[in-house]
Design a protein around this ligand. Structure first.
Ligand code: MG
Length: 342
């Protein structure tokens, strides 16, 4: 018997060099999955991130191990399949997310309904997504801010040691609401000083100011911060959530960190039970991965689903974004097909 799962890695050049506190990249290599059953094809995407120990090579190796798990199963029972994948191979969240997204896409196509209908989610409650501005020199920051003019909210990357210059350049160019992401780039004392200043600059929240390992620092900072603090690198799975309430006001869930939709939903519900706010974010992904997040987005407070907009070109026919809101439409499953298929 052969597996219904196939995959390939695609090189995705970025529109601008992408710099955050950890480093710079100009190209991404994501792995695209197809799951076939009953004349339908489900599409999924892995956007591996070195911060979480993954690469396109590790994703391909994981998918080689996961493919046999799908053989002979009723793929409409995607929750059972997802649990079998977890049992077959620990960790590897991006690889599992790719399979999980493809299974949800396939199930939606078999049933003829969009994923948001399968989840009981109201697409009219789609929050606006922020548009991310990577760390850069002032001239390029000006181009990025101009390109993001249609988005009501910006997310500015900091943590480089030139934070006042980078933030000040963006703030001088626009009155848009700004969220800040330090990507673990600060120490507690400097984080507090930056956050107290940012609170006077029209900033809505600050994401991951300190290294994830600095649990005591996070508690110290939360007790003093005038702005909401959101955990990103500190969170991958639902069991991480309860302890994060001591150091953060909210959490950033991403399908590529959680291993897909099943665990992402569990993270969202756990966060709500712990009284935490929820952001739904992304890696640098195509319109396919972004679509999967958008189907869940009405469940959260803050949305950051802009990864495909950072690409030079998108191999998938992404849902349009109007006034910062992703327009999901009524196509079955994720509702996104590759351009090559049209
Ligand atoms: Mg982040």
């Amino acid at each position: 018997m052969s597996s219904p799962l196939s995959f390939r890695t695609v090189e995705l050049p970025l529109r601008h060099a992408w710099t955050i506190a950890r480093g710079t990249s100009t190209v991404k290599r994501n792995v695209f999955v197809e799951v076939r059953s009953g004349g339908h094809v489900g599409y999924g995407e892995a956007a591996p991130n070195v911060r979480y120990g993954e690469s396109w090579e590790s994703v391909e190796a994981a998918l080689q191990k996961l493919a046999p798990v799908l053989e002979g199963r009723d793929l409409r029972c995607f929750r059972d399949v997802s649990e079998a994948l977890d049992a077959a191979l620990p960790d590897n969240p991006a690889a599992k997310a790719a399979v999980d997204l493809a299974l949800h896409d396939l199930a939606g196509k078999v049933m003829g309904v969009p994923l948001y209908r399968m989840l009981g989610v109201d697409p009219a409650r789609q929050p606006v997504t922020s548009m991310s501005i990577g760390i850069d020199v002032p001239e390029v920051l000006a181009v990025k801010v101009r390109e993001a003019a249609d988005f009501p909210v910006l997310k500015v990357k900091l943590g480089s040691g030139k934070d006042r210059e980078v933030f000040g350049t963006v703030r001088a160019l626009t009155s848009q609401t700004i969220r800040v992401d330090a990507n673990e780039g600060w120490k507690p004392d400097e984080a507090l000083a930056h956050i107290q200043w940012l609170a006077t600059q029209g900033v809505e929240l600050v994401e991951q100011p300190l290294p994830a390992a600095d649990v005591d620092g996070a508690k110290w900072l939360k007790a003093r911060s005038p702005l909401p603090l959101v955990a990103d690198e500190s969170l991958t799975k639902a069991s991480d959530v309860p302890s994060l309430a001591a150091g953060f006001h909210g959490i950033n869930v991403k399908l590529q960190k959680s291993g897909g939709i099943r665990e992402a939903l569990r993270i969202i519900e756990t966060a709500r039970a712990c009284g935490l706010k929820v952001m739904l974010g992304c890696m640098v992904e195509t319109g396919l991965g972004i679509a999967a997040g958008a189907h869940l987005a009405p469940l959260v407070d803050w949305v950051d689903l802009d990864g495909n907009l950072l690409l030079a070109s998108d191999p998938y026919r992404a849902h349009p974004v109007v006034g910062g809101r992703i327009q999901l439409g009524d196509g079955p499953g994720l509702g996104v097909e590759p351009w090559a298929a049209t």
